[in-house]
Design a protein around this ligand. Structure first.
Ligand code: 2AM
Ligand code: CA
Length: 266
């Protein structure tokens, strides 16, 4: 499969950071038993991965701006382009030795996401997407699932963390959803959740209290695989608003409706 120059740049950065994360992930298991635990080690791994991505992308496209989880916003001379990067999405999984984490890199051009890479180094799964060009898992073209009814659907979600999001609201949403679907899953990496929707592994996904770098790349993956993405109200404020709902056309619509249903005792 021929990849465009910009996707090649992003893949190279993601793979290089991925090798670093994979090495550090191997060490995490050993550190689990140490007194201090792997906490500091993991923040170092996270920062190292971000430094690699920052260096690679800056070298390949000097002047582009950045929005990164650790560095925050870095202005570039080129105001048209911005990289939105999460060097380690699924930090809690990484910390616990669970191989479900990813690197997420999106390119925004004039406020629109035009290219996306999500890479899970532990499973060597590389998701790439370019606006108008479809979504790929390694070399295979992806398509969102064809299931049409919630009753057949597996839906991913994110559980708000301690001190984040509205836990009571989440329980109401979960109660609505679990009463209507075949199964609910919780991966712990929003970027991978969206990649799994793009791959048709999960039929839909919703989460709140997210940051732009958690979802920027995943949004394009889903759309270019034929799926639909909105915020929790059905609008398009996913990056700044922090809520997201994704799926194929029918599941996305049904999931939005179910999430908002007033709760009745049952
Ligand atoms: P992270 O691993 O980069 O922190 C899991 O539900 C999703 O929530 C992940 O994508 C995770 O990204 C994200 N998330 C956002 N803010 C978080 C926080 N303060 N603590 C843990 N996970 C957070
Ligand atoms: Ca994240």
């Amino acid at each position: 499969m021929a990849r465009s120059a910009i996707i090649n740049v992003m893949v190279q950065a993601a793979m290089k950071a991925g090798r670093s994360l994979a090495r550090d992930f191997g060490e995490v298991q050993n550190l689990q038993v140490s007194l201090k635990g792997p906490g500091d080690y993991v923040s170092q791994a996270d920062r190292k991965a971000e430094d690699i991505i920052f260096a690679e992308l800056s070298k390949a496209r000097p002047g582009y701006g950045f929005l990164m989880e650790e560095r925050g916003a870095v202005e570039g001379e080129d105001s048209q382009h911005r990289w939105i990067v999460d060097p380690l999405d699924g930090t809690t999984n990484f910390l616990h030795g669970i191989p479900v984490f990813s690197i997420s890199i999106a390119l925004e051009r004039q406020g629109q996401i035009v290219a996306a890479v999500v890479y899970n180094p532990a499973m060597d799964e590389l998701y790439t997407s370019e606006r108008g060009g479809g979504t790929f898992l390694n070399d295979r073209r992806l398509r969102v699932s064809g299931r049409t009814k919630l009753v057949d659907a597996v839906i991913g979600c994110g559980v708000p963390h301690l001190g984040r999001g509205h836990h009571g609201n989440f329980l109401l949403e979960l109660r609505n959803v679990m009463g209507e679907v075949a199964g609910v899953r919780r991966l712990g990496s929003a970027a991978l959740d969206l990649a799994y929707v793009a791959a048709g592994r999960m039929d839909g996904f919703w989460e709140t209290a997210l940051s732009p770098w958690d979802v920027a790349a995943g949004i394009l993956l889903v759309r270019e695989a034929g799926g639909f993405v909105s915020d929790g109200k059905g609008g398009q404020d996913m990056l700044e608003g922090g809520s997201i709902v994704a799926g194929n056309e029918l599941i996305h619509k049904a999931l939005l409706k179910t999430l908002k249903k007033p709760v009745t005792p049952r």
